[in-house]
Design a protein around this ligand. Structure first.
Ligand SMILES: [Zn+2]
Length: 366
């Protein structure tokens, strides 16, 4: 007699940008169709295109803030996560009660607790399950957890590659080559408690050290105080009927005012991420943002260089924050008076931090 068993592999589908748009688990007969906003899944539907879940994301690419596990509004959950953006607990939005909690081993294998123990949560006796009863898919580092084969096999979808919690390595070679080291399968240089790899291509550190965070906090506060002073200067100029900067026709102070007001808001809402030199952090770069699409200011090592003064650092933050409000780079536009004026120039706003309300080369020394 021969026992037969049918093995069925999961099926995936990707769009032309190689983003995953469909996942079929034929063992559990689950089909998930993903609707994306950029690189984030915002809506998840079944094979019949009925909405199953939708997601609300924060600043970081894998920072899940909230999700709803069906189409109505009464089953919203708030996700608490740690510094790696790994989900730690799920809170019911209605009363803040804990719905589920999660733990991980160092390499991210999730332990999922679906009900409290006799002594409450964190008593060590919680009910564990192979998969989230609330169907939260975003667990370790905020990446997608795929329980396959009745959750006997646990994989993580990290965009370019799949990661195995059991093998503690990637299942595919790194498609960008030896950038992270000589092993094409090694996960974040074997530093899984301090590093992230949201793209599946390149490891990144999880933000800033405590010392760096302290500096950034003080710098952001100083930047906001500088903006307040500058706004006062502008208000006074406007009140004195200097609606346009003398000699520069069409350069409205009201525009400068709105840019600075926007930048203050950005300094509150933009997260900061400390990075290593590489990519857009060249040796000469202090910081960078994804222009008006910025969700965070990327802080490069040079930012913390001891030769830079605190006001110099604040100047960088204001410069980057105004980029997030739509300003361009460059010292002065060649056509100063026509298309791109000083008020659309991130350099000028940064300049004002050290040199007060003036235009470099016009009423301030260059
Ligand atoms: Zn710039």
């Amino acid at each position: 007699m021969v026992a037969t068993q049918t093995f069925r592999a999961p099926e995936y589908a990707y769009d032309p940008l190689r983003r995953r748009i469909q996942f079929i688990d034929s063992v559990n007969t689950v089909t998930k169709r993903y609707y994306l906003d950029g690189n984030q899944v915002v809506d998840e539907r079944d094979a019949g295109a009925n909405r199953q879940r939708y997601y609300v994301w924060g600043n970081y690419i894998d920072e899940l803030l909230m999700f709803n596990d069906d189409a109505d509004d009464d089953s919203d959950y708030v996700v608490c996560h740690d510094q790696l953006y790994s989900a730690q607990a799920l809170l019911a939005k209605t009363d803040g009660s804990i719905a589920e909690r999660y733990d991980y081993d160092a390499y991210g294998k999730p332990m999922i607790y679906t009900a409290t123990g006799a002594g409450g949560w964190w008593d060590g006796n919680e009910t564990s399950a192979a998969a989230s009863a609330k169907d939260l898919p975003y667990l370790f580092t905020g990446r997608e957890f795929d329980p396959l084969d009745g959750a006997a096999l646990k994989l993580q979808y990290s965009r370019a590659r799949y990661y195995s919690f059991n093998l503690r390595r990637w299942l595919q070679r790194d498609s960008i080559g030896y950038v992270d080291g000589m092993s094409l399968y090694e996960y974040v240089k074997s530093r899984p408690t301090q590093s992230l790899d949201p793209s599946g291509l390149l490891k990144s550190y999880c933000g800033c050290t405590n010392a760096e965070k302290k500096i950034l906090k003080a710098d952001a506060l100083r930047a906001k105080q500088s903006i307040e002073i500058l706004l006062g200067d502008i208000e006074r100029a406007i009140a004195a009927d200097i609606g346009e900067y003398p000699a520069f026709t069409g350069m409205k102070l009201s525009r400068a005012k709105s840019i600075l007001e926007c930048a203050t808001g950005k300094l509150d809402s933009l997260g900061s991420k400390c990075e290593q030199t590489g990519g857009q952090c060249g040796a000469a770069t202090n910081a960078w943002v994804n222009w008006i699409f910025a969700t965070r200011i990327h802080i490069c090592p040079k930012y913390f260089s001891p030769s830079r003064s605190p006001s110099n650092r604040s100047r960088t933050l204001i410069h980057e924050a105004t980029h997030a409000c739509g300003t361009f780079d460059g010292k002065r536009s060649p056509d100063f008076g026509t298309i791109i004026g000083w008020h659309d120039n991130a350099y000028t706003y940064g300049w004002w931090v050290d040199n007060h309300f003036c235009i470099p080369g016009y009423d301030c020394p260059e």
